[in-house]
Design a protein around this ligand. Structure first.
Ligand SMILES: [Mn+2]
Length: 418
């Protein structure tokens, strides 16, 4: 008997940060979560799995319209025809309190209660499934501690939406520990919530399958579900299967030694080609980060918009489905900073002032205070999140000093000795 463990499908949620530009593959990106779900159903059918377990956050939140629920129901009907049972429970995103609309699902689908832990026994599969879903968005109790006793003679699967003992970037919901899970005496813990795949234990098996489809630039690499083979009444094999249709890729490009921006573009082209190859025919959403000490720095820093446009044009020309989500230029000029700071002229004075600011916590704090009015006027997406302009944070301002140094000094030096 095989079963498939998935979680965090976030059906119909958009992929983030993919703005439109000419030639960008828009349709492929918009339908990604649905097509990944189709891949999940295909996997269950092809592997003749007896059971699909979905460990929460099937939906991203309440649906815009019934289309989302109807699409899920249609895929569950395909599993019903193939005689695949489905057990799901609600996570923080699709907690009972979050999803107002109701939906009739085919008979093969069972939802674990949100009121108390319960067990569903499939004698024909030799499996008992235990779990409790989220009634409200923020469940802070250790739900697993009250899960039912295992059923003797069956393979016992615990389903839980949890942050365990804390995972970076994830809300601390239904926290628990490996020790608590082990006391339940189950064979396999099918977890959800954490979007990065992780096998926490092999005895018993405790697995985050990761989300089905990466949704933003931090969710790179293969995404999918976990295929579990049961033999002789125990878990015999656990394997990751990639089911994503758009692969997020971090594409680092080292511009060290490049003489011109054209040389850098050649390296970007090669790096994008490698990312496309890694994605095995999927569409790629790429974040290109150019680093290194390079004479091309002045050209890149002088007209960053032009460079970004050229990178995107190059991705479009490549013919593959590549979406350049963002281009970050973090190159440095081949400058003798220490030498510049010793110069007795105006450039030397500026170089010294920037360096002094970097090391002066008081000055950075008063700069932060001076920028406070500006910070309050920033739109929300620039005040929070990964790429926020944290103008109230002296450590962040210190990184801006680095940027300013690399923006101004090379051009002044270049203007003096072209
Ligand atoms: Mn979640």
């Amino acid at each position: 008997m095989k079963f498939v463990h998935a979680a965090d499908i976030h059906l119909d949620s958009p992929l983030r940060g993919l703005d439109k530009y000419p030639g960008a593959p828009g349709d492929a990106m918009r339908s990604a979560s649905r097509r990944a779900l189709v891949n999940l159903v295909d996997l269950c059918v092809e592997e003749q799995a007896g059971l699909l377990v979905i460990a929460g956050d099937l939906y991203d939140g309440t649906w815009k319209d019934h289309g989302t629920g109807l699409f899920f129901a249609s895929q569950m009907a395909r599993l019903n025809e193939a005689k695949v049972k489905v057990v799901l429970l609600r996570g923080n995103h699709d907690a009972a309190s979050q999803i107002a609309k109701n939906l009739r699902l085919p008979d093969n689908v069972r939802e674990l209660s949100v009121r108390k832990p319960e067990s569903i026994v499939y004698d024909e599969l030799g499996v008992a499934v235990h779990g409790q879903g989220f009634a409200t968005r923020a469940v802070t109790d250790d739900l697993a501690a009250r899960y039912p006793a295992p059923v003797a003679g069956l393979v016992n699967i615990g389903v839980l939406h949890t942050s365990m003992d804390g995972r970076e970037g994830h809300e601390p919901y239904a926290p628990t520990t490996l020790a608590t899970l082990a006391t339940r005496g189950y064979d396999y813990w099918a977890l959800g919530h954490v979007h990065k795949r992780e096998v926490l234990s092999r005895a018993p098996w405790v697995v985050f399958p990761g989300n089905l489809q990466g949704r933003h630039a931090k969710e790179t690499g293969p995404k999918g579900a976990t295929l579990v083979t049961v033999a002789g009444g125990r878990v015999a094999e656990v394997e990751a299967r990639a089911l994503d249709v758009v692969r997020w890729a971090a594409v680092p490009v080292d511009a060290t030694g490049c003489a011109t921006d054209g040389d850098v573009l050649d390296r970007v082209r090669d790096a994008l080609a490698a990312a496309v190859k890694d994605a095995d025919g999927r569409a790629v959403a790429a974040r290109v980060v150019v680093v290194g000490e390079s004479a091309a720095h002045i050209a890149l820093a002088a007209e960053p918009e032009r460079f970004v446009a050229e990178v995107r044009a190059l991705a479009t020309d490549a013919g593959a489905d590549v979406w350049v989500e963002k281009v970050k230029v973090k190159t440095r000029a081949p400058l003798d900073l220490a030498g510049l700071r010793r110069q007795p002229d105006a450039i030397g004075e500026l170089a010294r002032a920037l360096d002094a600011l970097r090391h002066d916590d008081g000055a950075l704090a008063s700069l932060a205070a001076g920028l406070d009015e500006l910070r309050k006027k920033l739109p929300a997406e620039l005040r929070d999140g990964d790429d926020a302009l944290r103008l109230d944070d002296p450590a962040y301002l210190r990184t801006l000093v680095d940027d300013v140094e690399q923006m101004i000094l090379p051009r002044l030096v270049h203007a003096e000795r072209p």
